[in-house]
Design a protein. Structure first.
Length: 179
């Protein structure tokens, strides 16, 4: 990731990881956020976690439900509901997204079909770090809220959520036994 606007260190025993983040502001309340985590988890275990669509809500914070509603080859449609407590109020959003799976590239691209955002698109990418046994897990999201959604006010929360999502996927991937 180029020009990170911030890095967050997360340590748990010998499980050291650094998350790099960037954020870009565009007109109309659109934000592009990207976060990257370095992990010892394998590509296969990370991929298995990311594509376990009906169970994502079991380990992704603030994701209330995730349900696969369509799949043909490597094209998948999901319906997801997320929730947050923000300034003492409950906020929830629902999206139906289309995903395109490219396992050989370690890439899951997604875009909004319908939902509570004007724009919700991005990707999960798993890349091997050259000359190491480590991988980079990258989450890239472009989001544009609806008229009533104060995206500027919640951008700090979005940045925190991206980090938490990366950590949750990493933790779940490391708990899997890949044969």
């Amino acid at each position: 990731m180029n020009n990170p606007q911030g890095s967050v260190n997360h340590s748990k025993g010998n499980d050291y990881r650094t998350i790099e983040q960037t954020m870009e502001k565009f007109s109309g309340g659109t934000r592009r956020l990207a976060a990257q985590l370095t992990t010892s988890a394998s590509l296969d275990s990370l991929w298995n976690v990311l594509t376990d669509y009906d169970r994502l809500n079991l380990y992704i914070p603030n994701l209330l439900s995730s349900k696969k509603i369509y799949q043909k080859d490597n094209n998948v449609h999901l319906k997801q509901v997320g929730a947050q407590d923000f300034l003492g109020m409950k906020f929830s959003a629902e999206v139906t997204i289309s995903l395109f799976e490219e396992k050989e590239l370690g890439l899951l691209k997604f875009n909004l079909i319908k939902g509570d955002f004007r724009k919700f698109e991005g990707s999960w990418k798993i890349q091997n770090i050259k000359n190491t046994s480590k991988n980079s897990l990258i989450y890239d999201l472009t989001v544009q809220g609806c008229q009533w959604m104060p995206i500027g006010m919640i951008e700090k929360r979005l940045k925190k959520d991206l980090s938490e999502n990366l950590i949750a996927v990493d933790r779940q991937a490391k708990s899997l036994k890949i044969l």
